[in-house]
Design a protein around this ligand. Structure first.
Ligand code: UD1
Length: 422
C-alpha cells in the first residue's frame, strides 16, 4: 500500500487549482438514472470514489465514458439492466446509497445493500427511508439489503426530516422529481452540493425551488431529459488547502475557491490570524509571521463549520498559540486522527464529542496511520509543519477524496512524495 512522506518546514508559495467536488459528483452521477437521455458532467474530480460510483452505475447497465482524463463523465442510462446495488461495491463507499431514490423513481424498484464507508460513526439510513416511504415506497430490510418498491409510482408528499441529512435530502429530491404531484421537503440540508444537484436536475427539466434553504419544493414531472452540467468546486478540498499555508506559513492562491462555500470556516481561520483575500481567480490565503491563535470550533450543518474540515482544523490548532476546544456534533467517533497527531507531539485530550487541544511550538515527524479520508489529510498537513519526516501509511483513504495531493502540495513548495507500496 502506498505511503506519503512529508518533510516539514518548507513555506508554501504558489497556486493550487481546486477540483470539482467529490461529494457533489457522487450525487450528480446517480441523477443519470432518472433519464434515458445522456447526462454529461464536466469539472469532475479524478478520484477513486468516482471510479467506485462508475462501477456501481455500470453494474446497473449505465454506460459511463470518462473523457479528458476523467474530467468529463458522459453517462447514459438508456438501458437499465439491474436495480441491485451489490454489497461488494456499496461497502467501499456509503454514497452508493444515492442510487436508491433515482432507481425507485425511474424503475419503481431498488435493492440496495446497506452501506459501509468511512468508519466515523453509525451512519444509519432511517431518514432516507422515512422520506422515500412518505413518497409511497415500501421498504424492507432483508439479508443486509434494503428492498424498495413503488409499483404504482411515487406520489408527492410533505416531509419533515428529523435531521437535515445531506444524503437523505439528495435521495428524496431526486426521487420527487418524477413523483406525481408536489413534494415539500422541510428541514432539508442546505449544503452547496444540494444547490448544485438542484441546478443539474433543473437543467434536466425538473421543477425545484428553494434548494439552499430549509424548505425545498419539487413539482414532479413526467420525464427528465439529458443535460450537461459543471460540478461545483470542492469546498472541502478548498478548505484543506487553505489550511496548508496557515500551518506551514507562506501564501497560496486557491483558484476556483469561493468564500460563500465556506463562510464559517473562513471566519474561524481569520479569527486565528490567517489572512484571506478574494481575488479574480479565487482566494488567496496567507500566514505572515508567528503562530496562529487558538480558536474554538463546533461542527454543524451548512453554513456551519463542516465536519469534513474538523480533522484539518485540529492539525492547525495543534501548533496554535493557546488552548482550543473542537466539538463534533455531526458524527460520533470522528477524532481518530487525535492519537496519531499525538504521536507527532500534539497535546490533545478527547472527552466524548469534544477535543481540547493545547498548542505546541513545534510538532515532530513520525510514522502515522491514516484511519479515514479527512484524518489522513490532517496528518499530511501536520507533517508540513513538523520537524523532520512524517510518513503517512494506508493512504488509500486519501485517494478516495484528494486527487494528486502530492503534486498539488509539491507545486507550492512542500517537500512531499508518494512511496509506492505493494
Ligand atoms: C455527507 C458527505 C460527508 C459529510 C456529511 C456531513 C457525501 C457523499 N458525503 O454524508 O462527507 O461528512 O454529509 O456533512 O456527500 N443520519 C442518520 N440517519 C440517516 C442519515 C444520516 O441518523 O438516515 C446521521 C448520520 O449518522 C450522521 C448525520 O446524520 O451522524 C449526518 O449524516 P448525513 O448528513 O446524511 O451525511 P452523508 O450524506 O452520509
Amino acid at each position: 500500500m502506498d505511503s506519503i512522506v512529508v518533510t516539514g518546514g518548507a513555506e508554501l508559495r504558489g497556486t493550487i487549482p481546486v477540483a470539482g467536488a467529490k461529494n457533489a459528483c457522487l450525487t450528480l452521477m446517480p441523477a443519470t438514472l432518472l433519464t434515458d437521455e445522456p447526462l454529461t458532467l464536466t469539472n469532475a474530480p479524478r478520484l477513486s470514489d468516482i471510479r467506485t460510483m462508475t462501477q456501481l452505475l455500470q453494474s446497473l447497465g449505465v454506460e459511463v465514458t470518462a473523457l479528458q482524463e476523467g474530467r468529463v463523465l458522459a453517462m447514459s442510462s438508456h438501458d437499465l439492466t439491474s436495480v441491485r446495488a451489490d454489497y461488494d461495491i456499496v461497502r467501499k463507499m456509503r454514497a452508493s446509497n444515492l442510487v436508491l431514490g433515482p432507481l425507485l423513481a425511474r424503475a419503481g424498484r431498488a435493492v440496495v445493500s446497506l452501506p459501509g464507508g468511512c468508519a466515523i460513526g453509525a451512519r444509519p439510513m432511517d431518514i432516507h427511508i422515512a422520506g422515500l416511504e412518505a413518497l409511497g415506497a415500501r421498504i424492507e430490510l432483508r439479508d443486509g439489503y434494503l428492498h424498495a418498491e413503488a409499483p404504482r409510482g411515487l406520489r408527492g408528499a410533505v416531509i419533515e426530516q428529523r435531521f437535515a441529512s445531506v444524503g437523505a435530502t439528495e435521495n428524496v429530491v431526486m426521487a420527487a422529481t418524477l413523483a406525481k404531484g408536489t413534494t415539500v421537503l422541510r428541514n432539508a440540508a442546505k449544503e452547496p452540493e444540494i444547490v448544485d444537484l438542484a441546478k443539474c436536475l433543473r437543467a434536466m427539466g425538473a421543477k425545484i425551488d428553494g434548494a439552499g434553504s430549509d424548505t425545498i419544493t419539487i413539482q414532479g414531472v413526467e420525464r427528465l431529459h439529458g443535460a450537461t452540467h459543471p460540478v461545483v468546486a470542492d469546498r472541502i478540498e478548498l478548505g484543506t488547502y487553505m489550511i496548508a499555508p496557515a500551518i506551514a506559513g507562506g501564501e497560496v492562491e486557491l483558484t476556483g475557491g469561493r468564500r460563500d462555500l465556506l463562510p464559517t470556516f473562513c471566519e474561524k481561520l481569520e479569527e486565528a490570524g490567517v489572512t484571506i483575500t478574494e481575488t479574480n481567480a479565487g482566494l488567496r490565503v496567507a500566514r505572515a509571521n508567528g503562530r496562529v491563535r487558538a480558536v474554538d470550533v463546533t461542527t454543524g450543518i451548512f453554513p456551519g463549520f463542516p465536519t469534513d474540515l474538523q480533522a484539518q482544523m485540529m492539525a492547525l490548532m495543534c501548533t496554535a498559540d493557546g488552548v482550543s476546544v473542537l466539538e463534533e456534533t455531526i458524527f460520533e467517533n470522528r477524532f481518530m486522527h487525535a492519537p496519531e497527531l499525538m504521536r507527532m507531539g500534539a497535546r490533545i485530550a478527547v472527552h466524548g464529542g469534544q477535543a481540547t487541544v493545547t498548542g505546541v511550538e513545534r510538532l515532530r515527524g513520525a510514522p502515522v496511520m491514516a484511519t479515514d479520508l479527512r484524518a489522513s489529510v490532517s496528518l499530511i498537513l501536520a507533517g508540513l509543519a513538523a520537524e523532520g519526516e512524517t510518513r503517512v501509511a494506508r493512504v488509500y483513504h486519501l485517494d478516495r477524496g484528494y486527487e494528486r495531493v502530492e503534486e498539488k502540495l509539491g507545486a507550492v513548495g512542500a517537500r512531499i512524495e508518494r512511496v509506492r507500496g505493494d
